[in-house]
Ligand binder design. Sequence first.
Ligand code: FES
Length: 683
Amino acid sequence: MSETSDQHLVVFTPSGKRGRFAAGTPVLQAARELGVDLDSVCGGRGICSRCQITPSYGEFPKHGVTSQESALSEWNKVEARYKEKRGLIEGRRLGCQAKVEGDIVIDVPAESQVHRQVVRKDADDRVIELDPSTRLYYVEVREPDMHDPSSDMERLTEALYDQWQLEGLIGDLRIMRTVQRALREGPNWNGKVTCAVHFGRKRAQGRIIHVWPGYFEGTIYGAAFDIGSTTIACHLSDLRTGATVASSGLMNPQIRFGEDLMSRVSYSMMNPDGADQMTKVVREAINALLAQVSAQAMIDPEEIVEATFVGNPIMHHLLLGIDPVELGGAPFALAAGDGMVFWAREVGINSTHPNARIYTLPCIAGHVGADAAAVILSEEPYNADDITLIVDVGTNAEIVLGNKDRLLACSSPTGPAFEGAQISCGQRAAPGAIERIRIDPDTKEPRFKVIGCELWSDDPGFEAATASTGITGIAGSGIIEAIAEMRLADVIDIDGVVRGTLATQTNRVFSEGRTWSYLIHDGAQKIMVTQADVRAIQLAKAALYAGCQLLMDELGLETVDRITLAGAFGAHISPKHAMVLGMIPDCEVDNVRSAGNAAGTGARIALLNSGKRREIEAVVRDVEKIETAIAPKFQDHFIGAMAVPHKTAPFPKLSKVVRLPDSAPAQPPESGGGGRKRRRARV
Ligand code: FES
């Protein structure tokens, strides 16, 4: 573009893109020519207001530009009408109406950017770039002409091509049934419609999924699902702003067919319609959650046009109605594991728009699922130089290790103990549940905090503050801290045996039949940690540690630089206590961080940014899969990791911040550690 006197310098912020334009060029056109990210749904007709810009002045003192009039055209009728009818923030203009008249700096506010960044609220401050698979397009379709016969669908797709350069769009029978009416007002031709277009794997595979008459004022929504073996979580997002507008969760109703994954596979093997039953209940739960989040956000479920799903391979197959029986044993063959797009109705999801599409993230292998892929997408170790160990703690732990050069993944069957199941006083994280605990190493007296109260149990006012919730049990993060603190206070020995001999010093340790327990709270409900609880956590944490160790062996690592704890309650786990317990390998405590529900975040990223779907599909193809179930060393690692924190690993970095007791092991219950025998011995 040559510089002439009637060409004006236009600079867009925040992109910094600049160019010279002839007087009279609409700002939207200038933005498009420069590749500036300025939104539009109506194609510059002054209807959608997506193109709002804020002109700023006085940026070019040498030209002396100081007023709006000298830099942009006067308000025209379209803008004035828009402002009068709908209102426009002071200082804003419509980019499609305002024309360049002088040198100017134009700011594109965040809400006018197509690829605006959505700040993640749930974990750290990383952002998701908004680029959803389903978008809205307003078009004006030419009237039918007897002399040039063409169908409504033909003219609609022609308009979408002419006005938006959308090539090869198709609409199926459900759309064909609605398009006639949408294009007409009664018997009269109107021709103005807004289309929701879903783009599949390629832009050329777009499908029209809804046609609204006129300009559609509303918005469209998408739901991101994380289907865990124990819980199902759903986040509802506005696809035009990226905002999360509602979230909800449910227990996975498949639990009644088996608590862990293998028992669900067994149920499917033993019962001819077992897989179908589990498919039916999980789909019912998904529909119930969609209804719940729609009610929370006060929207019609039909406004939900998309959903993304992550889950382990067995959850993934059961959702899709595929029998998971092959995943129950080697070679753990997935029936299908790529990133896939389906009609929601095809998989029994009805509480959405009838033409809604769903996307399932890719599974990594028959034992490492789309949830692990979602964790990888959320944490992006494939872009990092540092080697990071990512542990997604759940009924089945997903473990990922590596960096941009090499990425390994495995899963480890930890069972539901970390989520409070199989623990005598275990409960879901809810008000009244103990989440923090400290034990005095000398007196063995505990102090604790419960969810819903900021005070510690030995603070004045604690009793009154917890009167309404009560003290009802121990949450997952609480049981990890409780057992780690029991170890630090030498209430349990390195093998996890509760020291019955302490019963002479404190009534916190008491006998229960043949074993000993530790009493945390004696109130309306006795809250304690039993020997069986310690065992259940030891089994879970040993499986987790052994999985981490297998991956470290593969990379030839003794220690790792960084550890990220993910999972529904990963955010609440104290890194120090997780290490004292020996859930995770030795690491500088400051380099252990929580990432919140990374699998759920991965599902949300894939919902809001279609490019990220392609990215994770490519990454997953290169992830090296390690099979824990058949790895000969898994058992050795598991046995060593049963100790607290570990039988042989020295944990030098942890030792810098805590002192682990080195007293002799307690007498094992099997050889005289039972309560009665010990009491007799004392007598
Ligand atoms: Fe729609 Fe400007 S592009 S109002």
